[in-house]
Design a protein around this ligand. Structure first.
Ligand SMILES: NC(=O)c1ccc[n+]([C@@H]2O[C@H](COP(=O)([O-])OP(=O)(O)OC[C@H]3O[C@@H](n4cnc5c(N)ncnc54)[C@H](OP(=O)(O)O)[C@@H]3O)[C@@H](O)[C@H]2O)c1
Length: 330
């Protein structure tokens, strides 16, 4: 099936997009009718899938319902980098449907957030904040990041940005990719040693810090279970800004109490919001942030820029950027 339909094109946009941004899309693409909804569920309720060729949206439970309405759908652009909420059996079964993800727009905020977490863990900020709340003046010696080793697991757009910033503060960086054969590698980051999946466990045992920037796929689900966590260095730290279900949280809590981990910083969880009875909330050596590593006031405007670039390609019949390999799940 040719990706571009004949005649007028209908695009349904779901998200907190400002009217003026959509107006500029309308001016730039006069052959496209844009329909704006705040949430995908609202679009489904309004029957917006009927006649739609393009969907721009986050994933979520309404995605299958939209798909069921949208017989003419040719392309879905997600507003997130991860597509785990949108690659359902119904989507996989739909022939000729192209899925693209919002990649390459998270690097600045994700790398800054990750560096903040690494520094907070290393410079004992949770301890000092607790002391401050008690008006307590108590000093102890602290190490620095410079000269220590960092392993980035998942070396795509996000992993590379983190590696670049962490190199700048003097960390020795190794990165793990799945296969490392395609163009996903992008620009090389100077001084980063890149290995593939079979070398993961060896690299893990050598790292003072491990940062996970993996997509959630059939292969990565539960990848950091008890056995793998036990391979980490005594006194090392784990930071997860990828997807929560990559880590077995029960095994992680145990590794944080019994070793080998000295601490962890987590932005993502198997279930979000993190349930109130999760043991992770109470551990003094854990920093929790509520899935905000990619947050930025510019976020949805950046998504629209990326979408507009791909829309131009769609209309010209050219290959779209950041296409998801639905079989691999990312
Ligand atoms: N916390 C947040 O708010 C937030 C924001 C943005 C993204 N994320 C998460 O971060 C993930 C990565 O984003 P991205 O834009 O960097 O994606 P990306 O460019 O697609 O990169 C994914 C990387 O993971 C590697 N990978 C995939 N499966 C693997 C496996 N089984 N073992 C080892 N490496 C594996 C890939 O290896 P190859 O290079 O060999 O293909 C690639 O290097 C997203 O999928 C999303 O889940 C979270």
């Amino acid at each position: 099936m040719a990706i571009r339909p004949t005649g007028r094109v209908r695009a349904v946009l779901c998200g907190p997009f400002e009217e003026r941004w959509v107006a500029s899309l309308e001016a730039r693409f006069p052959d496209v009718d844009f329909v704006l909804h705040r949430r995908l569920a609202d679009a489904v309720a309004a029957g917006a899938g009927r006649g739609a060729h393009i969907l721009l949206s986050a994933g979520g439970q309404a995605a299958d319902a939209f798909l069921a309405q949208a017989d003419d759908l040719r392309w879905i652009q997600t507003t997130s980098a991860g597509v785990d909420g949108i690659v359902t059996p119904a989507l996989t079964a739909r022939e000729g449907l192209v899925l693209t993800a919002a990649k390459g727009i998270h690097g600045d905020q994700m790398s800054e957030h990750t560096l903040a977490l690494l520094l907070a863990l290393t410079r004992s900020l949770p301890t000092f904040l607790r002391q401050q709340a008690r008006r307590e003046w108590k000093r102890h010696t602290l190490p620095e990041l410079r000269g220590r080793s960092l392993l980035v697991v998942g070396y795509g757009a996000v992993g590379r940005s983190i590696a670049r910033l962490c190199r700048a503060v003097g960390l020795h960086v190794t990165a793990v990719r799945r296969q490392g054969r395609d163009e996903r590698g992008g620009d090389a980051v100077e001084g980063v040693r890149v290995v593939t999946l079979p070398a993961l466990d060896e690299a893990l045992a050598e790292a003072d810090y491990v940062v996970l920037t993996l997509p959630l796929t059939a292969q990565t689900y539960g990848m950091f279970g008890a056995e793998r966590l036990a391979r980490m260095r005594v006194g090392s730290y784990l930071v997860n800004v990828g997807r929560g279900a990559v880590v077995d949280e029960v095994a992680l809590a145990r590794a944080l109490v019994e070793g080998p981990l000295a601490g962890a910083a987590l932005d993502v969880f198997a279930e979000e919001p993190l349930p109130a009875d999760s043991p992770l909330w109470d551990l003094p050596n854990v920093i929790i942030t509520p899935h905000v590593a990619a947050a930025s006031p510019r976020y949805f405007e950046q998504v629209l820029h990326l979408f507009a670039d791909n829309l131009e390609r769609f209309l010209a019949g050219k290959p779209l950027r950041h296409r998801v390999d639905v079989g691999a799940g990312y």
